[in-house]
Design a protein around this ligand. Sequence first.
Ligand SMILES: O=C(O)C1=C[C@@H](OP(=O)(O)O)[C@@H](O)[C@H](O)C1
Ligand SMILES: C=C(OP(=O)(O)O)C(=O)O
Length: 429
Amino acid sequence: MDLKINQLNRLKGELVIPGDKSISHRSIILGSLADGKTRVKGFLESEDCLNTLAAFRAMGVTIEKIRPGEYIIEGVGLYGLKEPEQVIDCGNSGTSMRLLAGLLAPQNFYTVLTGDHSLRHRPMDRVIEPLNRMGAKIWARKGKYAPLSIQGSKLQGINYSLPVASAQVKSAILLAGLYADGDINLIEPGLSRDHTERMLIGFGVDLQKDGNKIHLSGETEKRLYPQDLQIPGDISSAAFFITAGLITSGSEILLKNVGLNPTRSGFIEVVKKMGGEIEFLNPRKMSGEPVADILVKSSKLHGITIEGEIIPRLIDELPIIAVLASQAEGKTIIRDAAELRVKETDRIKAMASELTKLGVEIEELPDGMVVQGPARIRGGVKVHSYGDHRIAMSLAIAGLVADSEIIIQESQCINTSFPEFVKILRSLY
Ligand SMILES: O=C(O)C1=C[C@@H](OP(=O)(O)O)[C@@H](O)[C@H](O)C1
Ligand SMILES: C=C(OP(=O)(O)O)C(=O)O
């Protein structure tokens, strides 16, 4: 489907950003494993999270929709999942596949996980390797790719230094660890999003975290207690509209209820460093996560260097940061972000090729990119999403400052993480 975007200035208004994708996945997983009813409000009804939800229904969990975004999960306890009759289809969602691989490895049944073309070409060996070391029996196409077949088995603990800062790998091991004989000791090379740790603790699991070290004892009997969860707005979705407010002239927008977990909010640090006018109102906590309303105004931005420990804390925001950089004075250099090459598409290559079509001077690095701003965005151009939701939305925001209409091809992938994106964008015209 083509998405047509026209120039837009003076963005005004109050936007409600939909629920966090990472937390929505985890609410279904942990709610299903708890003993009793968990109520979730603000659940993100995007394709990825609905795939996780469908997987648990297929494993015998009753999940009732009360109203949009509100669900009751009848948790079956750690040992109550049932063997699904069918292959589990994770669609486009790396989070679903990697977290489920960890959870399914210690069950007393057999499962097969598959996904769409993109997901079947993303590396799964990063979870298979540590899980098999714990005693899991997981087989993969070419040892690395989905479909994965998992024969549940008894697991041991593990001492493991993660080779990449990945919340999905960490979470897969912790979910497997709920069933393991022996301790789980993890060391992360850099801090990645810590929603799994916060939520496991919130559900009553005795987990210790000290900087980049995580300990889950194998001694204590594990049990998850049901919760009432309110999911904050997704900072990764908010980033598109924050950028829109910053780069269009005469704009002032308020984004309500945005999650500001420090392991996720590297994007905000980048905006401030580039000179963005951004304010935080009404700071509060929501289900153990820091949240605020964000006021953003059109700003004069300048280029910066983004590298090192901040990268995992803004990994999904790098495509939209490339757009932000295209409107900033001077050079923005992004390094240490080779992980972008193994997301839904190669996001370095995709942004470099599509922003070049729009007239931006952008150079691809093996682990990042260099963007020279400020660029005049060329109108009358067709760009491609590569089937990747974050590429599609980043290009749409670039279109707001284009000379004339641009067209984003294959834009339906936006439903992966942000089905309301186009509606919210149109409300600003
Ligand atoms: O755990 C999660 O919810 C996620 C972790 C990140 O992936 P990696 O763990 O591969 O870095 C991120 O890119 C993805 O969108 C969601
Ligand atoms: C990389 C992403 O998600 P996942 O890994 O779950 O497919 C994303 O949402 O940008």
